[in-house]
Design a protein around this ligand. Structure first.
Ligand SMILES: *Cc1c(COP(=O)(O)O)cnc(C)c1O
Length: 361
């Protein structure tokens, strides 16, 4: 069986986790601090706050930015539900935007003028260059769940060069993993403090009133990452370069191997940018047949994603999303992860080629 994505966990990762299990802290302690510091180094952001998931990170980002009822929050039609659901968690209203056929990211020209915020998704790991936004809403949040290790001409994704907050996910299929986990980076100290309060019950220490004293004035949740998970994350971050380099090698190789097949290839990174290739989505004819044929041969392809407006929760007329509909029609993610071997990749392409023979050219 070849999955579409899989974590790479080695003995050094296991040793890092074991060391925490033998120590004094299991939940938030020095391993979380270290993980956050490494994220700052790698992204160039001033602050990083770890969360229990990427979804929790998006929720906290919306709350810290002060979004709430009456606010309209734009995001891409071609994304995971959490990119839009995070707005609803704070009582705001998601606004689903059609993609740009050239990038498969949200089309910056189609962001309505009246939105308070934008949740900019870097689909598949190709960064949406926020420098190209014609009008900047009050709040710009990046959903970089796919894009740790990616770069724009302004540097690493996560440096918040053109955003207020940048959210990552460390789910096992993402670029690095903590099991479940997420983080937000920002250059704004007040936003960083608000993120920490929100994920830690709204607690504000009040040492002026006694060593024990704290105060809760705002809504808060328990969205903490554990030290166990953070130790895995720090160990994984040491391999980020290798992982992303390998993902790019495999993606380049797919482009060569697929060149003579009736398959649409995903947009590549522009000059000066770097793709993180969380996913390698292609477009195939007769997707249902191809999907079933690949799965029957144990090549576990997946579709990323059913567009938001096709879910009852975010329902809108597909006719309003011609570019997303065109991308979605044959969309299929091929297996891509650092430990995918050349032989396995050859097998994926062979099985795909056979499946395509059954479709009318
Ligand atoms: C994975 C993902 C998330 C959510 O991350 P979790 O860690 O699974 O909660 C959010 N947005 C996008 C685009 C994702 O792919």
């Amino acid at each position: 069986m070849i999955p579409y994505g899989r974590q790479s966990v080695d003995d050094d990762d296991i040793a890092a986790v074991t060391a925490v299990l033998k120590g004094d802290w299991l939940t938030q302690g020095p391993a979380v601090d270290e993980f956050e510091a490494r994220l700052c180094e790698l992204t160039g952001a001033r602050h990083a706050v770890a969360f229990s998931s990427g979804t929790a990170a998006l929720h906290a980002a919306c709350a810290a930015a002060g979004l709430g009822p009456g606010d309209r929050v734009a995001t891409s039609a071609l994304t995971f539900a959490a990119s839009a659901a995070c707005a609803t968690y704070v009582g705001a209203t998601p606004v689903v935007v059609d993609v740009d056929p050239a990038t498969w990211n949200l089309d910056p020209a189609r962001v309505p003028a009246d939105v308070e915020a934008l949740v900019a998704v870097h689909y598949a790991g190709l960064p949406l260059d926020l420098a190209t936004l014609a009008r900047r809403p009050r709040v710009v949040i990046e959903d970089a769940a796919h894009a740790l290790g990616a770069r724009t001409p302004d540097g690493p994704v996560g440096n918040c060069a053109h955003s207020d907050l940048c959210c990552f996910s460390f789910h096992p299929v993402k670029v690095v993993t903590t099991g479940e986990g997420g983080a937000v980076t920002t250059n704004d100290a007040e936003l960083a403090a608000a993120l920490r309060r929100f994920g830690r019950h709204g607690v504000v220490p009040r040492p002026d009133l006694g060593g024990w004293a704290y105060e809760i004035a705002e809504e808060g949740h328990n969205l903490r990452l554990s030290d166990i998970a953070a130790a895995l994350g720090t160990s994984q971050l040491a391999k980020l370069e290798r992982f992303v380099t390998r993902r790019n090698e495999l993606a380049d190789r797919y482009r060569v191997l697929l060149a003579d097949l009736p398959v649409g290839l995903p947009p590549a990174a522009p000059v000066g940018g770097r793709h993180a290739y969380h996913l390698f989505p292609v477009q195939v004819p007769a997707r249902r047949h191809v999907y079933d044929a690949l799965r029957a041969d144990e090549v576990m392809v997946q579709v990323h994603y059913v567009p938001l407006y096709r879910h009852p929760r975010f329902a809108a007329d597909p006719a309003g999303y011609p570019a997303t509909e065109a991308v979605y029609a044959g969309l299929l993610s091929l297996p891509l992860f650092p430990d995918l071997t050349g032989d396995e990749q050859d097998r994926v392409v062979d099985v795909l080629a056979r499946a395509l023979e059954g479709t009318a050219a």
